[in-house]
Design a protein around this ligand. Sequence first.
Ligand code: ATP
Length: 137
Amino acid sequence: SNRTFTMIKPDATGKGYTGAILDQIINAGFAIKAMKWIKLSAEQAGKFYEIHKERPFYGELVEFMSSGPIVAAILEKENAVADFRTLIGATNPANAAEGTIRKKYAASVGENAVHGSDSDENAVIEGNFFFSGLERF
Ligand code: ATP
């Protein structure tokens, strides 16, 4: 598919990296098809990450993702899911390639600056979680 879903996470918005990260995403060839700046409640963050609820870091993840504002966006580009994951780099910034968004802006495996969908199917599910038909094109 040609679409993915991303969030700029609270660590990155809080440190003032939003503009630089959006710039890097756009310069990499992704078109923004929907975008919003919002703060999730713990309940909403818990629902979004429900797939991880048995993981040991779930509580920490939900607390972190509801700790400050995020930017949620639907992005379009050929081969969007895979190319976006290449652009952001490994989950743990210590393992992320030079020049990737996580290498540049992430502090740790938990507070890792950005989210990128891991499949076409999840990109649709995640985009639908945040955006109505009116809010995208
Ligand atoms: P994302 O889904 O956010 O793009 P990912 O697919 O690279 O991340 P997952 O393994 O699916 O990584 O984990 C989802 C999110 O949970 C990570 O982005 C990170 O914020 C958090 N996380 C993952 N592993 C840990 C950990 N060991 N400790 C704390 N938080 C973690």
